[in-house]
Design a protein around this ligand. Structure first.
Ligand SMILES: C[S@@+](CC[C@H](N)C(=O)[O-])C[C@H]1O[C@@H](n2cnc3c(N)ncnc32)[C@H](O)[C@@H]1O
Length: 390
């Protein structure tokens, strides 16, 4: 017989349960079971099971989430647009914290390694764009041969993913939404992804992963791996999740994100422009395609990276009778899909770093809406209650 734990019981109902069960000299478990049994057996009148609330897909469902490795909150914006309410955030970089505070009115907690499990509230979705670090597989084999514990605890020891996995193990969020660079799959001879995937499975989650190109939502080619996991105890082995299909409407164009009169400081100096051209020519001669990216105004740009502040070479804007220019910070924000209402409160350098590190909120929004469909399905399956099997 499965154990059922009802989550997020409002305080007044909780107080009532406590009072009633004490009056009846019953344990909480006995009292709740008797309530359910009475309700189930009763033939007349409203019962808990008469009218299951059928939640239709289009109506959505409010849910809660925590935002770990939050950066400037790209995940948060996407999740909020899908109906989510953020309960906790964590980000170590003080400049990103500054932006996060200006945008969401809260300063995220700092180093994730310092956070106690008790500080992280229960939530429906744990979101994390964790940094990608190599795992020492040699270390794993050695420890295995010495008969030490293996599995994720050993394979990921000392990495931020280990910290994340330990939080997941202790908090057991029903859904995980993780994001990383595309090459997570090929990183460290595919070993990194192998360890991450098997860790999530070892923790009891069904894992879905997909490379999504943000070019369907913003005028930028930006491929990221999105990982969505469902707790098997709650959703079974085959939750009906599917990644969103790219929208059919016309793709956004690069020219749409440009400012009309950018400051002239963003135009490349003759010296830098010559350097970039010489560098590209040298690499072309060697057969490498490596060089600057002069963006077609009716197309999409290359991927904005966190090092854009250095020379801006990957996304340059052609200008008539002038050297090309780089993006302004506001254009970088738009290229990532962050709305103009969000103020830029840090230096240009920090802003480029933050946008280059971020996730495109529009991508997270469409993925989160698919997650919400699965949450709705789960609620229907459980006759209108969001139940967590303990
Ligand atoms: C890839 S970025 C995530 C970006 C985020 N998804 C967004 O949209 O802005 C990874 C973030 O993890 C943060 N980070 C790295 N080490 C950390 C730690 N020990 N504790 C908390 N955050 C950390 C970095 O500062 C960085 O902002």
């Amino acid at each position: 017989m499965p154990d059922l734990l009802i989550r997020d019981v409002p305080k007044d109902i909780h107080t009532w349960i406590e009072k009633e069960r004490k009056n009846k000299v019953m344990s909480k478990q006995e009292f709740l079971l008797s309530l359910l049994e009475n309700s189930y057996k009763r033939e007349n009148g409203p019962t808990l099971f008469d009218q299951p609330q059928v939640v239709r897909r289009s109506e959505g469902l409010p849910f809660t989430f925590v935002d770990l490795f939050a950066g400037i909150g790209g995940m948060r914006l996407g999740l909020e647009r899908a109906g989510g309410q953020c309960k906790f955030s964590c980000e170590i970089d003080r400049f990103s914290q500054k932006t996060y505070r200006a945008w969401f009115g809260e300063v995220p907690a700092g180093d994730i390694n310092e956070i106690q499990f008790g500080d992280i509230p229960d939530c429906d979705i744990l979101a994390a764009g964790f940094p990608c670090q190599p795992f020492s597989i040699a270390g794993v084999s050695k420890k295995k041969s010495l008969g030490h514990a293996h599995g994720f605890k050993c394979a990921t020891q000392g990495t931020l993913f280990f910290t994340l996995a330990t939080i997941i193990e202790n908090k057991r969020p029903p859904v995980l939404l993780l994001e990383n660079v595309k090459n997570l799959r090929s990183h460290n001879k595919k070993q990194t992804w192998k360890v991450i995937r098997s860790t999530l499975e070892e923790l009891g989650y069904t894992v879905f992963d997909e490379i999504i190109d943000a070019a369907n939502y913003v005028p930028q080619h930006r491929e990221r791996i999105v990982i969505v996991c469902f707790d098997k105890k709650m959703f079974g082995k085959s939750p009906p999740f599917q990644f969103p299909k790219p929208p059919k409407d016309s793709m956004p164009k690069f020219r749409d994100i440009l400012e009309s009169s950018p400051d002239k400081k963003y135009t490349l100096t003759d010296h830098l422009w010559k350097y970039l051209q010489d560098y590209a020519a040298k690499h072309k001669a060697k057969g490498n395609g490596f060089g600057f990216g002069l963006t077609k105004l009716d197309g999409v740009s290359r991927t904005l990276s966190a090092r854009y502040y250095k020379d801006g070479s990957e996304v340059l804007i052609p200008q008539r009778r002038k050297n090309p220019r780089r993006l302004t910070p506001r254009e970088a924000a738009r290229l990532m899909g962050f709305p103009d209402e969000l103020p830029i409160v840090v230096s240009d350098t920090q802003a480029y770093k933050q946008f280059g590190n971020a996730v495109v909120p529009g991508v997270i929004e469409v993925v989160a809406k698919e997650v919400v469909n699965v949450l709705c399905w789960q609620v229907q399956e459980n006759a209108g209650c969001l139940l967590k099997r303990a």
